[in-house]
Design a protein around this ligand. Sequence first.
Ligand code: SAM
Length: 204
Amino acid sequence: MASRGRWKHDETNTRKMPVAYDSYYQTEDYVGAPYPELVAFYAQQADRGKLLDLGCGQGRDAAALARLGYVVTGVDYSEVGINQLHAVAQREDLPLRGVVADVYTFEPFAGYQHILLDSMFHFAKKERAQEQRLFRRIVEGSDPGTLLTICLQDVGEKVAVLDGLIAEYAGIEEVKRARFRYTFEDKASGHRVETPYLMIALRI
Ligand SMILES: C[S@@+](CC[C@H](N)C(=O)[O-])C[C@H]1O[C@@H](n2cnc3c(N)ncnc32)[C@H](O)[C@@H]1O
């Protein structure tokens, strides 16, 4: 396994800037409900503990997991999304807080028992290198034994790119690999798109 680096403990890399998701998130529950497969997987885990949701959006997963008893920190650069997450946390008195930050500079990854990235990795040619760097930073910067869960579209070569990254680290244990279908509905037009999805959980 590659060596684990040490990362500075600071969360001062917050920034305020308008992002496309700020306008998408004018629609409530823009991406819909959390995947039942994801919620069922986390419901089965013996250890709840602290969970970091990178690219948490409006907090559909973060809130669902806080309801299960995880102590959740959500990170997103959409201030609108983070405000909505805080509203749910307050309304339901959940162990859930949000940070407005860029996940590519956010740290630390240590101190969490769980890290989740749902629909954050796309591995399109333009962003592939920075997403690969983020994966490596998470693996090398998180505590040994952390459960890293990644949900991504199972189309094209995305899963092959992820598998290539996992193969770089001999010590990673694959805990779960589940395929399911996710339907995105554009609430304004009613247009629905169904996509094959993959959830991979890794003990890193
Ligand atoms: C497809 S949405 C998924 C949201 C959430 N994970 C979910 O599944 O509901 C992608 C999210 O990633 C956020 N995002 C994309 N790039 C980011 C970055 N560099 N830093 C922080 N957030 C980012 C977007 O603002 C958006 O909320």
